[in-house]
Design a protein. Sequence first.
Length: 230
Amino acid sequence: MTTVLITGANRGLGLALVQNYLEQGANVVGVARKPTASPGFKGLAAGGDRLTLLSADVTDEAALAAAARALGDRAVDIVICNAGIMSNRGGIDASGNDAADWTRVLSTNVTGAFLSARAFMPALRRAKNGKLAFISSMMASSELAAGNALGYRASKAAVANLGANLAVELKPAGIAVGIYHPGWVSSDMGGASAPVTPDASAKGLVDRIGKLSLKTTGVFEDYLGKPYAF
Ligand SMILES: NC(=O)c1ccc[n+]([C@@H]2O[C@H](COP(=O)([O-])OP(=O)(O)OC[C@H]3O[C@@H](n4cnc5c(N)ncnc54)[C@H](OP(=O)(O)O)[C@@H]3O)[C@@H](O)[C@H]2O)c1
């Protein structure tokens, strides 16, 4: 049975990914900052003993190491680095577009994705054909540069670059890496008017990650398979 680990699993896209993988019959490990206090997990229809909840802030190396230890010798087939935050949405002169905001967004979206991938790498290596997925954004693409939300765009470009490099580095170990734009999703981050529901995005991503292989490793595409330029 496939085991999937998802960070930022308690709401939005992460929670929809948890739900979709459970409905598919997979074992799911949901990583969240406060899993027991998260209302999203309480309403899960499927799951039972196939859902394991672990606690970690993705910027906290020690917490990630403890979560990885809690897995024991379990193999994880798919690790999805999904946890992320938005930056100040303004441009170069926006108030609040400051050092603290850049530190926050880079630390969560880039360092956090790297630390998550590294913490769960032993579990991924225990699987036969491990897959590592990064939830980036079309806002990472320099070809689509539009200004504003500069810290977020830079963070998502950096995580796409991280994925591209890890695709090369991990190929000899048989681990495929995919980089994904989930669509504009009606989560807390995307807002209520976003056209893609978390469930529709998650369904597309489950399909695309299912199709990810060593032949396509390093791919940067959206939840429907539309490719993006870095
Ligand atoms: N929504 C969109 O339109 C859209 C578009 C492109 C890309 N994305 C990307 O998709 C991913 C999911 O976003 P979403 O739309 O589902 O956003 P969301 O509803 O705001 O959820 C974000 C998730 O990330 C978690 N998180 C944030 N900081 C964390 C940290 N330091 N440690 C652990 N978990 C942390 C949150 O946990 P807490 O509840 O503890 O805060 C929450 O579970 C993000 O990487 C985002 O950048 C979203």
